[in-house]
Design a protein around this ligand. Structure first.
Ligand code: MG
Ligand code: MG
Length: 267
């Protein structure tokens, strides 16, 4: 099977992915309950892993190409693929938590960036604009549009506000494999790339920087951080192309219920 083949999903498969999206959203909510000053990132990883296992799923990322944890936890200038550790979150940090759930043969993939305590205004706006850019991308999802329309939607929105768009890492198809075709870049031209067809399931995941767009990889061979050490944000949903446009198969609902109940600001 070629990695370039795009696997379309039927309603039954989409339903499995959506059910996994609920487990994923609730695992993310367990993390949201604990985000705060002094928590170790490995403790966040533990609650997410337990929740997924208790609900009959498997963490998609654990052992994926040797990744050692359930969550990618990326603090401040770390863009993605941060490894959970004994690092404690501090007041003013931002922390991106990326998680995948595998159950009944399919994956779901989603990420959310949280604020820890008092975050400065520019960084807060980075988070809010990155989240908006995810929905700018999703708004382009409909049969007949192309991947490039999604890419352009994210890029034009974020670069228009002066942010950097990371190019080395991209969204992707999601299904039996965590990463399937097609690639879903956060930069591109309208009308370019594979045509969106009913049943395509893709992860759209803008990775947006407050400074320049350039990234480097740490020598742990995972951690990707900004070259200029400015903060980066990351939001992700798994989305299916439907006849009428799209359906979002993952959810921020459970996360945001927790944030509301903790009197934390939703950006
Ligand atoms: Mg992800
Ligand atoms: Mg992804």
């Amino acid at each position: 099977m070629s990695k370039r083949v795009i696997y379309l999903k039927n309603a039954e498969e989409a339903n499995i992915i959506k059910q996994n999206g609920v487990i994923l959203g609730k695992a993310q909510a367990e993390v949201a309950k604990l985000i705060g000053v002094g928590i170790k990132t490995k403790d966040l990883d533990k609650v997410a892993e337990e929740y997924i296992l208790d609900n009959g799923g498997k963490p998609s990322f654990k052992n994926y190409n040797g990744f050692p944890a359930t969550l990618c936890i990326s603090v401040n200038d770390v863009v993605v693929h941060g490894i959970p550790s004994t690092r404690e979150l501090k007041d003013g940090d931002i922390v991106s938590v990326d998680c995948g759930v595998f159950k009944n043969g399919y994956h779901a993939d989603s990420a959310y960036t949280y604020m820890v305590g008092d975050v400065n205004q520019l960084t807060k706006k980075l988070l809010s604009d990155t989240k908006k850019s995810l929905f700018e991308g999703i708004a382009q999802v409909k049969p007949g549009n192309r991947i490039g329309d999604i890419s352009y939607g994210v890029q034009s929105f974020t670069e228009g506000l002066g942010y950097g768009v990371v190019r080395e890492l991209v969204g992707h198809g999601v299904g039996k494999y965590l990463h399937e075709a097609p690639e879903v870049p956060n930069f591109g031209k309208r009308g370019n790339g594979p045509k969106l067809q009913v049943g395509m399931v893709i992860a759209i995941e803008p990775m947006i920087t407050l400074g320049k767009r350039f990234v480097v990889q740490e020598n742990d061979n995972w951690t990707i951080r900004t070259e200029d050490r400015k903060p980066a944000a990351h939001f992700e949903h798994t989305v299916m192309v439907t006849k009428g446009g799209y359906e979002i198969l993952t959810t921020f609902e459970f996360i945001e219920e927790v944030l509301v109940s903790r009197n934390l600001e939703i950006i």
